[in-house]
Design a protein. Structure first.
Length: 243
């Protein structure tokens, strides 16, 4: 056994070294991958449009989210962060990609948005150092499925660190049978790659986030081009509350 491996963090670092950046698009080494993804703004990517997720709008409209501090993980061009700010949240929005953060800041200037601070960097590192205090909402739209299995440990630790008691965690991610890779964890490590992202079943999401109370877990409602919201039915949407 390697004498330098003594803690969980040591194991995670070793696995990152073996599989990143091909298989880890969250930590710093994934920044170039995301920068290339966002470089061409004219690409027909549905979530490039300046529309908030339909489930996020639904939570707010039904009073399931009531304001406070929000953390937007993997904010991309800022569409959900700007919506949350418009609904009265004070928002910290994080993304690895300088191109995405610059686009988000441009949109914020165009909408004269208030209450959004955009941060460029690794969410795991930023929430342990720069982003202090706890949040009433942690929102993840399409980032969780870009985590390799071993990084779920870091993800749950992040939630434990930043989600306030009574606060909400919400996410969208690939649904098994809809989009993404359905490899089990062992096959994932044999193949050495995310293959576009990992797809989850509802049972697997309930198991991973069993430390939180489920409020709602459903498929995202597909939206037409004329809708003011984003929605694709190959995604799960989940809302959980911390006790």
């Amino acid at each position: 056994m390697d004498r330098n491996i003594r803690t969980v963090d040591d194991v995670l670092a070793l696995l990152d070294g073996l599989f990143a950046p091909e298989a880890d698009r969250w930590t710093q080494r994934g920044a170039d991958w995301w920068d290339a993804f966002y470089a061409d703004r004219s690409r027909p990517v549905p979530f490039f449009a300046a529309k908030p997720d339909e489930n996020l709008v639904s939570y707010a409209d039904r009073g399931l989210l009531t304001g406070g501090r929000a953390l937007d993980l993997g904010c991309g061009p800022g569409r959900n962060a700007l919506f949350l700010a418009a609904r009265g949240f004070e928002v910290d929005a994080v993304d690895l990609s300088p191109a995405a953060v610059e686009w988000a800041r441009e949109r914020a200037r165009e909408t004269v948005a208030r209450g959004v601070r955009f941060h460029r960097g690794d969410a795991f590192a930023l929430t342990a150092t720069e982003l202090r205090g706890q949040y009433d909402l942690v929102y993840d739209s399409g980032c969780f499925h870009h985590l390799p299995p071993h990084r779920r440990i870091s993800y749950l630790a992040l939630l434990e660190r930043v989600l306030a008691p009574g606060g909400c965690f919400a996410l969208t991610c690939f649904a098994a049978g809809g989009m993404g890779s359905e490899l089990d964890d062992a096959e994932f490590y044999r193949g050495r790659g995310l293959r576009g992202g990992l797809a989850y079943t509802d049972d697997s999401l309930r198991r991973i986030f069993s430390g939180l109370t489920e409020v709602e877990l459903r498929r995202m409602a597909r939206q037409g081009e004329d809708s003011a919201m984003f929605g694709e039915d190959f995604l799960w949407t989940g809302l959980f509350r911390r006790g």
